[in-house]
Design a protein around this ligand. Structure first.
Ligand code: AMP
Length: 187
């Protein structure tokens, strides 16, 4: 099964992605994690990625597509994946036709995301400054909301309230996947 997870930073994508991965027995993969690993490399490419990420900007589409395409041809992703953080722009969506089954949108308000992330700032991620977080939220509305519209029109978008408790969200996602696969609708 191929699932995409979409949501602003702080929406709980990696938490839900890991729960889904365990339940559905398909590997979890995050483009943010891939880029953070690349940013550690002491190469011009590593330094470039680090700079873009720390400013809260998106890595250019062409580079992102090249890296994600390379990852997804690896044998461990042959039977499916839970992909967190990609596609994030319409250009990425249009270049990425990979037989996606479901797109899960974890919806949280900007205020809630900022609240959650301000708790986390300074603890672990170098790219988590308040300025970068605000930039990412702004870019989400500009570039990623059209991606949600695209998948909604395709009939594969599942929207869940990301402000509920973790287990409840997981349960709701599983129920909605089940009902979509049976062709019924759960409100
Ligand atoms: P995330 O962990 O998903 O918040 O991603 C962290 C950072 O990685 C983002 O702020 C971007 O700089 C970069 N990134 C991750 N996924 C993408 C993508 N699909 N397109 C462009 N940049 C991305």
């Amino acid at each position: 099964m191929k699932i995409i997870l979409i949501g602003i930073q702080g929406a709980g994508k990696s938490t839900q992605g890991n729960l889904l991965s365990e339940k559905l027995k398909v590997p979890y993969l995050s483009t943010g994690h891939i880029f953070r690993e690349m940013a550690k490399e002491h190469t011009p490419n590593g330094r470039y990625i680090k700079e873009v990420m720390n400013a809260g900007y998106l890595i250019p589409d062409e580079k992102t597509l090249e890296i994600v395409s390379e990852y997804l041809t690896r044998p461990e992703y042959e039977k499916g994946y839970i992909l967190d953080g990609f596609p994030r722009t319409i250009v990425q969506v249009e270049a990425f036709k990979n037989g996606i089954d479901y797109v899960i949108y974890l919806k949280v308000s900007d205020k809630e995301a900022l609240w959650r992330l301000s708790d986390r700032t300074g603890e672990n991620r170098e790219d988590d400054t308040l300025v970068a977080i605000r930039k990412r939220i702004d870019l989400f509305h500009r570039f990623t909301e059209p991606v949600l519209d695209y998948y909604h029109k395709k009939g594969i978008l599942i929207e869940v309230d990301g402000e509920k408790p973790i287990e409840e969200i997981h349960k709701e996602i599983m129920e909605k996947i089940q009902s979509k696969s049976e062709g019924t609708t759960v409100k």
